[in-house]
Design a protein around this ligand. Structure first.
Ligand SMILES: C[S@@+](CC[C@H](N)C(=O)[O-])C[C@H]1O[C@@H](n2cnc3c(N)ncnc32)[C@H](O)[C@@H]1O
Length: 116
């Protein structure tokens, strides 16, 4: 869907999370080869990242939501993983960047962390 509004031309669906995906993606170093999207939801951020990053893993603990992401972005070079980030086996330090849009609110924090 294409709309024109005060923010200019917009292609595709829009919501507040999708809006901030652009900013999150801009934080990824240009040389990043592997990026993890935690709580990927419908997969918009992961699919965006996959346009520039060779290896993108997107994890979500909600199977139906993850299924929607796979179906929505069948061509995206994303490794979709079903699981809880707190328990899913991921090799330590195997990613150049770890992003999460609106998912940390449901992950208990174990202590203060610089950068949120
Ligand atoms: C508010 S949605 C945001 C989805 C997506 N990041 C976006 O920006 O639209 C939060 C997502 O995080 C997932 N999630 C929450 N806690 C999680 C956890 N501990 N491990 C994996 N996924 C988690 C939920 O299943 C949900 O799909």
């Amino acid at each position: 869907m294409r709309r024109t509004g005060r923010l200019g031309r917009m292609d595709g669906p829009w919501n507040a999370n999708i809006h901030y995906d652009t900013r999150l993606a801009a934080c990824v170093p240009a040389a990043a080869k592997a990026v993890l999207d935690v709580g990927c939801g419908d997969g918009f951020l992961a699919a965006r990242l996959a346009r520039h990053v060779p290896f993108v893993v997107a994890i979500d603990r909600d199977a139906p939501v993850l299924g929607r992401a796979r179906a929505r972005f069948p061509e995206a070079a994303v490794t979709w993983r079903h699981g809880d980030i707190l328990t899913h086996p991921l090799e330590a330090e195997s990613f150049d960047a770890v992003l999460s849009n609106a998912a940390s609110i449901t992950c208990p924090m174990r202590g203060p962390r610089c950068g949120g």
